[in-house]
Design a protein. Structure first.
Length: 88
């Protein structure tokens, strides 16, 4: 996740398309979710960049189901045309 964001393979909005508010609410610990809300209120908006500044890729990997994160990576790979088809 960190590398994908760092190398602009996907953007924060792409991550949050998979790590939806419902996913975050159900999987982040209450104190981290509270920090996201407080940071957003202080900034005046809840943006994908703001959420990922608080919930870093390391924290995403620690708390979210890995299938959610892999879906984001797979979608970025498909957009970039780096997926392959297995021929049997």
């Amino acid at each position: 996740m960190e590398s994908g964001l760092e190398h602009e393979i996907f953007a924060p909005a792409d991550v949050l398309a998979h790590a939806t508010p419902d996913v975050l609410a159900n999987h982040l610990p209450p104190e981290l979710l509270s920090k996201v809300l407080q940071t957003s209120l202080t900034a005046g908006a809840m943006t994908p960049e703001g959420v990922l500044a608080t919930v870093t890729p390391e924290l995403l990997a620690k708390h979210l189901p890995h299938d959610v994160l892999w879906a984001c990576i797979a979608a970025a790979a498909a957009r970039a045309g780096v997926t392959s088809t297995v021929v049997s």
